[in-house]
Ligand binder design. Structure first.
Ligand SMILES: C[S@@+](CC[C@H](N)C(=O)[O-])C[C@H]1O[C@@H](n2cnc3c(N)ncnc32)[C@H](O)[C@@H]1O
Ligand code: SF4
Length: 452
């Protein structure tokens, strides 16, 4: 495995979308084309619930590894006007849809949703639900910060239908925590995990990261030992995405030389994966692990796993609307990203406009490739028929995979590809073979994080 990791650890997309964001074509996109693509998908089946992602961007303190879109402030007066704007954005979408939408999935992400007071979160979710209905088994979840999530937050959101929460843990070692500017005693993680269980949350997740500054394999061993004691239902085991060229000085709290090299990082991943599998977790998709009782594992086992900008999810929603600054929406036929600046967001909404600024409308080739990449990421196999073969040169894709086939990562059949168990950690590389846009135009500079 170490040899394979060394060979295949290259910069590559995470495939939460296809085309990936750097390959969106601005000329394909306009606000009108975006609205048409939303209505097209919604009108096909208004009874199919939609997904909602709400971005809550504020954090009180900056973690220097963070790749999320956030704004650091201690001024909690920002909460209320921000909620007003998100609700205004929702009102515009509901008016466009022309009927009360059904919600299948809602996720509050950030930034730090628990920066907001429990009352403000109730007002936000209450305002969303006032204009919509939810399917009976709706999946509502949020990201909590172990340092500021209170019992009141958990109680308030549980009361509104939230049953799943994930906490940013990252690493338990004080030296690593100091380097990433995130001091977080284990007692805080233990406390919020226990409260969540007492209140009735059915899935508690922990996010861990490997490849952080000063991390070694001993840290990974210790992080997983401590994680086992708290027994979260779900674990995201993320590769540290070092992308300082995108996030500016937010990530420059440590030196490049403090980061583990790519071979060491590969070993950390391998060790973490083995320990998690040994502890009874099952690997789900690329970087997620779950206990067999968790919904994410059940979704994978039943072929229902889905992937979108939120990562792996259990519901196959064709329409995902992203509200709040920087959020990305997905109508299956198109993608749209909201403005990133709060001022511009407020101005567009005040004029009654959707705050989308850039995006991509998919052409027939994009739609076919998108389907295959999604199936590879979620089901580890895909197949095609004659009608697709008339549009796509699958032989060229097979040629791109020849080396991976030789290394036992994929099996290529008549009109079909299967990722072997050995190939699962390399599914991003396998998807890259399908990424026709990437093959036609290789990026001139580093724009993606490493695949392992
Ligand atoms: C929005 S944060 C979670 C909520 C809260 N802000 C917190 O930090 O606890 C989302 C998660 O993304 C992951 N993350 C952020 N930046 C990352 C990076 N550069 N590489 C890998 N994972 C990252 C972290 O594991 C983090 O917990
Ligand atoms: S990791 Fe979480 S708390 Fe830290 S800056 Fe990023 S979003 Fe904010």
């Amino acid at each position: 495995m170490s040899k394979l990791i060394k060979k295949y650890n290259v910069p590559g997309p995470r495939y939460t979308s296809y085309p990936t964001v750097p390959y969106w074509e601005p000329e394909s996109f306009s606000r009108g084309a975006w609205i048409d693509s939303v209505l097209h998908t919604f009108d096909q089946d208004p009874k199919q619930g939609l997904g909602l992602y709400i971005h809550l961007p504020y954090c009180e303190s900056l973690c220097t590894f963070c790749g999320c879109h956030k704004r650091i402030t201690k001024r909690h007066e920002v909460e209320s006007p921000y909620i007003d704007r998100v609700l205004q954005e929702w009102k515009i979408y509901v008016a466009l849809l022309g009927t009360r939408p059904l919600i299948q999935e809602m996720h509050l992400g950030g930034g730090t949703p628990t920066f907001f007071s429990p009352d403000n979160l109730k007002r936000l979710v209450g305002g969303i639900l006032e204009l919509s209905d939810r399917v009976p088994d709706a999946d509502f979840s949020f990201e909590g910060h172990p340092n500021n999530t209170t019992r009141e937050h958990l109680q308030a959101l549980y009361g509104m239908g939230f049953k799943r929460v994930s906490y940013g843990v990252q690493d338990y070692n004080p030296h690593v925590q100091k380097a990433i500017h995130r001091i977080q005693p284990i007692g805080n993680v233990e406390r919020v995990t226990q409260w969540s269980r007492e209140i009735g949350y059915t899935s508690v997740g922990h996010d861990l990261i490997y490849g952080l500054p000063f991390q070694g394999q001993d840290h990974i061993r210790e992080n997983i030992r401590l994680t086992r004691e708290l027994a979260p239902d779900r674990i995201a085991f993320y590769s540290y995405a070092h992308v300082p060229w995108i996030k500016g000085n937010g990530q420059r709290g440590f030196k490049e030389s403090d980061l583990p090299g790519s071979q060491e990082k590969g070993l950390q991943f391998e060790l973490g994966r083995e320990l998690l599998l040994g502890a009874g977790y099952r690997d789900v998709g690329m970087d997620h692990f779950a206990l067999e009782g968790d919904g994410l594992y059940r979704a994978m086992a039943q072929g229902r796993l889905h992937r979108n900008f939120m990562g792996y999810t259990t519901s196959k929603t064709k329409l995902l609307l992203g509200l709040g600054i920087s959020s990305i929406s997905d109508s299956w036929g198109g993608f749209a990203q909201n403005v990133k600046q709060e001022g511009e967001y407020a101005e567009l909404l005040a004029q009654g406009d959707l705050p989308v600024v850039k995006g991509h409308i998919l052409n027939p080739e994009d739609l076919i490739i998108r389907g295959h990449i999604l199936r590879l990421m979620c089901q580890f196999s895909t197949q095609w028929d004659e009608s697709e073969a008339r549009i796509i040169d699958f032989q060229a894709i097979f040629d791109n995979m020849e080396e991976m086939r030789g290394d036992g990562l994929v099996e290529l059949g008549e009109g079909a590809i299967r990722v072997t168990p050995l190939g699962r950690p390399f599914v991003r590389n396998i998807c890259m073979a399908f990424d026709l846009k990437l093959h036609r135009k290789k990026p001139g500079t580093r724009i993606f994080s490493m695949t392992v």
